[in-house]
Every structure is written in C-alpha cells, then in structure tokens.
Design a protein around this ligand. Structure first.
Ligand code: SAH
Ligand code: SF4
Length: 429
C-alpha cells in the first residue's frame, strides 16, 4: 500500500517539476513514507531519521519530510522532538506536498494531516518506481472502517472510500499497453469495494474484478487483501471462471480461537473461517491460500494458541505473514484490554507458529513435485545470471535455468525440487 502511495507522491511531485533522485545524497528533498502497523515498523523509521539527520548536517538546504501513517499518528511529537523534520503529510494530504515543501523552504515546519472522506487520487497517474516493468499495483480504495481491535489503520488512513471503476480500468489498460503483464488490485478489504454508477447500478468487487480481467485476457490479475467476513461465493466464482484471475487468495485469519477473534472484533468465528476455506477449495480446487497470524493478543491462553496451530493444520496455508501482537495506542484493544502476554511467551508462540508454517509450506511445495506450472518471468535469479525467477499463478516463486529469456515472458516449468519458500524446475516446451 505504501509502495503504491509512493508512486502517487512521485507523480504529484513530478507535475510540479521535481524528479526522482537516484541516491539520497543527490536529493534536495527526502520523504520517508511511514507505516505504523507495529512498533518495529516505527522503530525502523526513527533509525532512518537519525541517518537523515546526519545527512542534513552536511547539506543544510536538504528538506526532510515524514509522510504516511506515522505522520498522521504522531504529528505533534515529530514536529516538537525532531527539528530536522521540515514537513509532514498524512495519507490524504499528498496533493499539497509541493506547497508544504515551499512553505518549509522559507524556514517554517509545515504540516497537513487532514483526513478526507473523498480523496482517492483517482486522477493521478502513478509514476512506476523501481518497477520491473512486469508487475504493478493499482489502489482501488482507501481507508478502512473495520476497526479490528488491534489495528491502527482506521485511525491513520480514515474512512473507507472506493475509487471510480472507470479510472481503475483506464489505469490497467495503460499498464498493459506499456508491457505490464500482471496487476494487483489493492485495498485494506477489497471485498467491500462498492461504487454506484450513473444508472444507479452497484459495482461490487466481483464485478470490478471481472471488468479488469476482461481488458487483456492474457495478463494476470491479482488482488489483496480480503476480509474473511466479506469473502463471497460470487467472488470465488469470478476467480474460477476467469482464467487470468490468479488462483491465490490472501485471507488473514489472525487467530484460530473464536473468543480471541471476538475480542479482536474480527466478526467471524473459527468455524465460519474454516467454512470459507472449504468454499475456496471446492469452487477453486487449485487455489493457493495465504494468511496473517498474530501471536499473543491480549488474554490469549495456551488453549487459544493451540487452536491457532490446529487451524493452521486444517487450513493448510501455502504461506503466512506472522507477527507478535504489538499494542498501538488509541486502538480499541489499547483502550479496552491489557497487553498482558509477556514478550517471552509471545516470542515462543510466534516461533511455534513459524515452525509449523514452514513445515506446511514445505509439504505444499512437495505436493507440486512433477507438476507443470506457468511462470511469468520477473527477472534473473539472485544467484546466477543463467537462472531466472518468476511466479506461478498461485504466487509461488519458481526458479529455473534458461537462455534467451526476458522479463515479462511466460514459460512452462516442470517442478523437480523445492524448499519451503521456492519451487525449482526445468523449462518444458
Ligand atoms: N487490511 C488487512 C490487513 C492490513 S495490516 C486485512 O485485514 O487483511 C496487515 C497485518 O498486520 C494484519 O492482518 C495483522 O495480522 C497485522 N497487524 C495489524 N495490527 C497489528 C498489531 N497491532 N500487532 C501485530 N500485528 C498487527
Ligand atoms: Fe486493520 Fe482490520 Fe482494517 Fe485490516 S480490516 S486494515 S486489520 S482494521
């Protein structure tokens, strides 16, 4: 999401005559696009800021900005305690960045963290940064109103709003015309995408996905992320029926224990979640499923933790992002519950979750042995120039030997070896 936002910021800056600098010490302005989701994300930003402070000592005209969720959450603290910061902009204030910088140049700290109910940046054509020229993101909505108890996003990114579908389709078409072969539609909960068109017809996410898939039937469409409470069979059928909509669903479970899910305000039970997994498996038999898991949420018992492990064994996720619970001030959990699981216990539970997931990921990859998969090449592998890497339709990373191939080519690869993270194979004609 932040990566995509940085591309919008680059476009706004370019329209006012700026360009992207190759290196930090060549830049007149440096912006740090920040994330507040967990404390360690914020710690990384403070560290970066210390590095930038020493850069500023060498170049006093350098303008430093903090943008994104930390700017929204910690505006006063940053302005008061970090005099090296010249300007601050929240996620809905990127259009005024050039003005903030102009004000900052005259010596004042400048800030805008007003959240909007309408801003979607739908008319901004993102400048593709560090792009591999093959895959790109398109933000289809902003904000979130789910208020999961642990989560800071509804406070830093504001109300949920969907973007006009025509602008999404135009952006996708331009990307395909420019050689991109894969786009990922982005939102905090794409399943609640909703737009009422001029005929008063509702366009929901399954309809939007179908419209985007039909633009270029040979290019891949992905999306992230889906909230389980809104994952409809209609959406699953659109994935099954459209060859180029990838068979991969990210469905964050967070916990396998119903009482924990209830305290998290996730609005589903363990049974409901497993029922959605069963629906995916029956409607899209070869679908990869990935998830997010939080270890050590407030009052989590050993039994709750065991329930998370048993849910993982039942759901058999291909991949997972796994985190220790990190209390964020201002959230519902911070107000209502005590962060009462010790760091040692959180750490041990997280280790157990990671270890189990590695086993399951390895088994999932071993099941692919001998299969032939379609791989969209993203570039050369890190290890060798005669090796290429890409992803299959399920988003699994595939590495293989090849010559005369280039990014954006699609090849068929037979899987012969694997690790828990990578499939290794040979090209077949
Ligand atoms: N909107 C997405 C999630 C975005 S945040 C969704 O609901 O699927 C990505 C992940 O960060 C979440 O799914 C959750 O697992 C994790 N996360 C969010 N807040 C957290 C916190 N306070 N502590 C630890 N992990 C957190
Ligand atoms: Fe956070 Fe929940 Fe919204 Fe995801 S759906 S961004 S976890 S509040």
């Amino acid at each position: 999401m932040n990566f995509s936002d940085s591309e919008i910021v680059a476009s706004i800056m370019r329209a006012r005559g700026y360009d992207v600098a190759e290196k930090a010490d060549h830049a007149d302005v440096i912006m740090v696009n920040t994330c507040s989701i967990r404390d360690n994300a914020e710690q990384r930003v403070w560290k970066r800021l210390r590095e930038l402070k020493s850069l500023k000592k060498r170049n006093i005209s350098l303008q430093i900005g903090i943008i994104g969720c930390m700017a929204e959450r910690l505006k006063e603290e940053i302005l008061e305690e970090h005099l090296e910061v010249d300007f601050i902009a929240g996620p809905d204030s990127y259009r005024v960045l050039p003005d903030l910088i102009e004000a900052a140049v005259s010596g004042q700290q400048a800030a805008n963290v007003v959240l909007s109910e309408e801003e979607t940046y739908e008319d901004i054509h993102p400048v593709r940064l560090h792009s591999n020229g093959v895959s790109a993101f398109i933000s289809i909505m902003r904000g979130c109103e789910n208020f999961c108890a642990y989560c800071v996003v509804p406070f830093t990114r504001g109300k949920e709003r969907s973007r006009n579908p025509q602008t999404i389709i135009d952006e996708a078409r331009t990307l395909f015309e420019n050689g991109y072969r894969e786009i990922t539609l982005l939102g905090q909960n794409v399943n609640s995408y909703r737009w009422i068109d001029d005929n008063k017809d509702e366009i929901n996410f399954p309809k939007l996905l179908k419209m985007v898939a039909q633009i270029d039937p040979v290019s891949r469409i992905r999306f992230t992320t889906s909230h389980p409470k809104d994952l409809s069979d209609e959406l699953l059928r659109v994935i099954a029926e459209n060859e180029n909509v990838c068979n991969a669903i990210h469905l964050a479970v967070q916990s396998g224990s119903t009482p924990v899910l209830e305290r998290m305000n996730r609005k589903y039970t363990r049974e409901y979640y497993l029922n959605r997994i069963a629906a995916i498996r029956s409607i899209i038999p070869d679908c990869a499923i990935s998830t997010d898991i939080i270890a050590g949420f407030c009052d989590e018992t050993e039994e709750d933790h065991q329930n998370t492990l048993s849910l993982m064994r039942e759901a058999r996720f291909d991949y997972a992002f796994m985190f220790k619970y990190s209390e964020r001030s201002g959230t519902i959990a911070a107000k209502k519950f005590e962060d009462n699981i010790s760091d040692d216990v959180k750490g041990r539970r997280l280790e157990e979750i990671i270890e189990l997931q590695q086993e399951i990921s390895l088994q999932s990859n071993q099941n692919d042995m001998g299969k032939i998969v379609e791989v969209l090449i993203e570039g050369q592998s890190k290890k060798s120039t005669s090796q290429f890497m890409g992803r299959d339709d399920r988003n699994k990373v595939v590495v293989f030997d090849g010559i005369d191939l280039k990014k954006g080519d699609c090849v068929r690869v037979k899987i012969t070896k694997c690790t828990s993270a990578t499939l290794i194979g040979e090209i077949v004609s």
